[in-house]
Write a protein that binds this ligand. Sequence first.
Ligand SMILES: NC(=O)C1=CN([C@@H]2O[C@H](COP(=O)(O)OP(=O)(O)OC[C@H]3O[C@@H](n4cnc5c(N)ncnc54)[C@H](OP(=O)(O)O)[C@@H]3O)[C@@H](O)[C@H]2O)C=CC1
Ligand SMILES: O=C(O)C1=NCCCC1
Length: 202
Amino acid sequence: MRTAAATAVATKYLAPDNAKVLAIFGAGGQARSHFQTMNKIHKYEEILVWNHTTENGEKFCKEISKTFKNVRFCSNAKEAASNADVIVLVVSSQTPVLKGEWLKEGVHVNSVGACRPTWREMDDECMNQCELYVDSREGALKESGDIIMCQPKKLINGEIGEVIDGRCKVDRNKKTIFKSLGIAAEDLAAGHLVWKNLGSEI
Ligand SMILES: NC(=O)C1=CN([C@@H]2O[C@H](COP(=O)(O)OP(=O)(O)OC[C@H]3O[C@@H](n4cnc5c(N)ncnc54)[C@H](OP(=O)(O)O)[C@@H]3O)[C@@H](O)[C@H]2O)C=CC1
Ligand SMILES: O=C(O)C1=NCCCC1
């Protein structure tokens, strides 16, 4: 849940205000926790789901349709991506599942998978079309295959903490990526919340 909460915070600061369509790529544990947190940031009118196996994608859609009616499985990744204002990539892929040629103007992409230096989930065109924000510069330059392998070399616009505290200005009309790898501050914040809510139980 702390990973999905971090994505939701990044989306609050980077996505267009009037985001109406959310695309989720993937149908595993992270897809489920992201479905819960992303709905707290925008009132989406439609959710599009793409997964590399149709069976698991349709199962995930059926599950979330109990609480969100307008959800649709797309067997074609381009269809999901090209209609979305916000995209969440939560796949265990080693090669790109998202192409830059599919992206809408102003789209915000949350890249949560591809957490190893040799793994990709976005192609070079996607990387090069977007302004790039990360949770940690140090982590991103060591762990993100999408950043390490991108040609030409991709510059990082800022850390999300710098956006939140005002040191880094964002143009929400531009296409943006938040590259998430997970940082200790997220674990500390999650642990603190658990501790606070345990109250007199401990
Ligand atoms: N940034 C961060 O802080 C964190 C990142 N992660 C990363 O997020 C990703 C998803 O995690 P999680 O949901 O827990 O994992 P799950 O195993 O629960 O789900 C993985 C998803 O990826 C799909 N998938 C598997 N192989 C491929 C492939 N080759 N191409 C495209 N899709 C594929 C699976 O489809 P199917 O089941 O149908 O095969 C499934 O939808 C992982 O890469 C994980 O490392 C996880 C936690 C924190
Ligand atoms: O922060 C985490 O937790 C993880 N980050 C990337 C790989 C999976 C777990």
